[in-house]
Design a protein. Structure first.
Length: 245
């Protein structure tokens, strides 16, 4: 155990922030930490949009499902896939990429690169005493978000990150037990561990809500996964020049 591991194990999403903006130095340092993340073959297939315009933050909050913490925070980042930069690089080098950016693998590389960068940013922010909350809701109206941010082809807004000084501490939500997620040498059946976790989560919600809620994880996640969600995503991704092959 060390300070870094303690910081990682203490992560929780913060949804209420003090009315205190991040400094220019904090904003930049978080991005520089994101850039230090691992990247596939040095491709660096992502861009980070910092939102300082209050009106844009209000619009993003509405598009993300009226989540107030998208507007009320110390700073807001949007993490994007970006292979537009690589098309520009090919043009500068006088090279024809021959449609290679259209492959699903390139889209996966861009998503993974952006996600690794974002997690570095989250850890950097938390090391400064700040709190963060990932915002997947910007994909609810992804085309409108893309237009709002003036994103060209091959740039897709994946998720936002609200960052700021926590105004309210939140309880640490129990994650799946180690035994449920770790498999050695081959995949194993983990049903018993999931049953145990169901009871852990039920007890957590019971305590947190004073008995008003006691649903299990399996019930919660099944409800969330039931039905069609964001059916527009595949068409939008393809229209942006990704995953055509």
């Amino acid at each position: 155990m060390n300070e870094t591991i303690e910081l990682l194990l203490n992560h929780r999403s913060i949804r209420k922030f003090e009315d205190k903006p991040l400094s220019k130095e904090q904003i930049e340092q978080i991005v520089r930490a994101a850039q230090a993340a691992s990247t596939s073959s040095f491709v660096q297939a992502y861009s980070i949009i910092g939102i300082s315009d209050p009106e844009k933050k209000r619009e993003l909050a509405a598009l993300a499902g009226n989540q107030s913490y998208v507007e009320d925070n110390g700073y807001f980042y949007v993490f994007c896939t970006d292979l537009h930069r690589h098309q520009m690089a090919a043009d500068m080098a006088g090279k024809d990429l021959g449609g290679s950016l259209d492959f699903m693998e390139k889209f996966m590389v861009a998503v993974i690169d952006a996600s690794l960068a974002a997690q570095n940013a989250a850890i950097a922010a938390e090391s400064m005493g700040l709190g963060i909350c990932y915002i997947g809701g910007i994909r609810n109206e992804i085309e409108k978000v893309s237009n709002l941010l003036n994103l060209p082809d091959r740039v897709i807004p994946l998720f936002g990150m609200a960052v700021g000084y926590p105004a309210k501490d939140t309880a640490l939500k129990p994650r799946l037990p180690f035994e449920a997620v770790f498999h050695e040498n081959e995949y194993e059946n983990k049903e018993e561990q999931l049953k145990e976790y169901d009871e852990t989560i039920s007890a957590y919600y019971h305590m947190r809500t004073g008995g008003r809620r006691k649903d299990r994880w399996s019930e919660q996640v099944t409800s969330m996964l039931t039905g069609k969600q964001r059916e527009h995503m595949k068409e939008f991704v393809n229209a942006k020049g990704y995953a055509k092959k």
